[in-house]
Every structure is written in C-alpha cells, then in structure tokens.
Design a protein around this ligand. Structure first.
Ligand code: ADP
Ligand code: MG
Length: 233
C-alpha cells in the first residue's frame, strides 16, 4: 500500500454517553485504520456502536477517550471551527432518511454545503449541476424532494455529499429506506465513486449490501469483533 498516512486512524477510541446515573459505553477501545481509496462496510447488531463510530469519524461528535486522526490531523488538536472546515472539505455525509430540505429544489439542496465556501455563484451553479449530473439526475434539478422517488432523493443526498469533492463519503444505512432494486442501484453508484478514488465507509444491516465493499468491519457491544478484507463482488 502507499506510504501516505491512513485517511482514518482510531487508537483506543472510546465514547461514553452519560444518561442520568447510567453510562453507556457506546465505543470501547476501538483501534482501526482505513486507507485512502478503501470501500468499507460497517456492520453489527442494532446498538453495537456503528452510528457512534461514524459520528466520531465524521467529527460530528468528540470521543470521550482515545485518539482519532483524519487525513493526518489529530481531531483533538482542532477547535470547533477547524473541525467544521475539515468536515466540509474532506467528508461527505449520507443518511438513511436523506435529510433533504423540503420545498427546496434538488439543485438548491446540493448547493447547501457550498454556502460556506468562497466560490462565486456561477461556480456553485456549475458544481451543483455537475454533482447532480454525476448521480444521473440532470433532468430532475428543479424538482423538490416530494416530487422524487426514494432512490432519487438519496441520489440528491449523494450529490450534495459530493459537491465539495470530498476524499471520503460516510454513509449511515444509506439503503435502509429503499427497496432492494433501488438499494442495488445506489450501491452501484457508491461502487463507481469508489472506483474513481473516493473512499467509502457505509453502515448496513444487510449482507448483500455489504458484499459491494472490499472490507467488512463488524461491531459488537461497542468493540470491533471482526475486520475482514475480501474481493469485490
Ligand atoms: P448502532 O448505530 O450500531 O445501532 P449506536 O451507535 O447508535 O448503535 O448506539 C450505540 C449505543 O449507544 C446504544 O446503546 C445506544 O443506545 C447508545 N447511544 C447512542 N447515541 C446516544 C446518545 N446520544 N445518548 C445516549 N446514548 C446513546
Ligand atoms: Mg445506527
């Protein structure tokens, strides 16, 4: 493999949630490295820590203990603004429930992450159009989410994740709300993006979905239970 630092390096990563008198140990001593260009499926039973792991890696929340390095930068050394910038420039997020703004066109949804960038209007327009084009929605740019199918809405969300040209896409159960055929299409899209060099880390419950990935990390009770590399399907 390359000598570049891993895109993600977690060392002794722990996350506790304090609930009144109780503490939930959502992540316990997680050690893992994910390299540039990987395609990883994160699996495990409900409550095993998958979303917590994704939220840590996405710098959406801070670990309780341990070290997390993203693209060579120790997240603990970044203040909130610097974390936000790293998030915006390095990562794209995709969620099960799409998280699109209603009554807002596909095009404007995709432009949202560009709001914080110093880019002129024409370039924002071009970027957003290119991202929608990339996900096969060139002819749906003016549609609102309610005028799109579930699969199309998830494509808009993927276009929004791509618009800043991130190195990595983090997707938490991106096919969980889709029928099997649509889920396969969306996985085909993630596969194509990965083939173009985007690192993909996605959570799924389904073995058939995970078979698109080349590595499967299984969580159980907040720990990594197995970490297997495999041939792409
Ligand atoms: P998964 O995504 O694998 O279903 P999660 O990472 O969401 O699991 O949750 C791991 C554990 O942490 C569960 O026991 C869950 O109840 C708990 N948990 C997750 N988020 C919170 C939170 N914000 N506050 C308290 N407990 C949480
Ligand atoms: Mg979850």
């Amino acid at each position: 493999m390359s000598t570049a630092p891993p895109l993600i390096r977690a060392e002794g990563l722990c996350k506790d949630y304090v609930m009144g008198r109780n503490v939930v140990h959502a992540l316990i001593d997680v050690d893992v490295e994910i390299d540039n260009g990987e395609f990883v499926a994160v699996m495990g039973p409900s409550g095993s820590g998958k979303s917590t792991f994704m939220n840590m890696v996405g710098a959406l929340d801070r670990p309780t203990r341990g070290r997390l390095t993203i693209a060579g930068r120790d997240l603990a050394e970044l203040d909130d603004d610097e974390q936000a910038r790293l998030r915006n420039e390095t990562l794209g997020f995709v969620f099960q429930q799409f998280m699109l703004l209603a009554r807002t066109s596909a095009l404007d949804n995709v432009k949202l992450p560009l709001m914080y960038t110093a880019m002129d209007r024409d370039e924002k327009q071009q970027r957003a159009e290119a991202a929608l084009n990339r996900v096969g929605l060139a002819d749906r740019m003016d549609h609102n989410p309610s005028q799109l199918s579930g699969g199309q809405q998830q494509r808009v969300a993927i276009a929004r994740a791509l618009v800043n040209r991130p190195r990595m896409i983090l997707a938490d159960e991106p096919t969980g709300a889709l029928d099997t055929a649509t889920a396969e299409e969306i996985m085909g899209l993630f596969g194509a993006l990965n083939a173009e060099g985007v690192t993909v880390v996605l959570v799924t419950h389904e073995e058939e979905i995970a078979e698109h990935a080349r590595r499967i990390i299984r969580f159980r009770d907040g720990r990594i239970q197995t970490d297997q590399r495999r041939q792409a399907a």
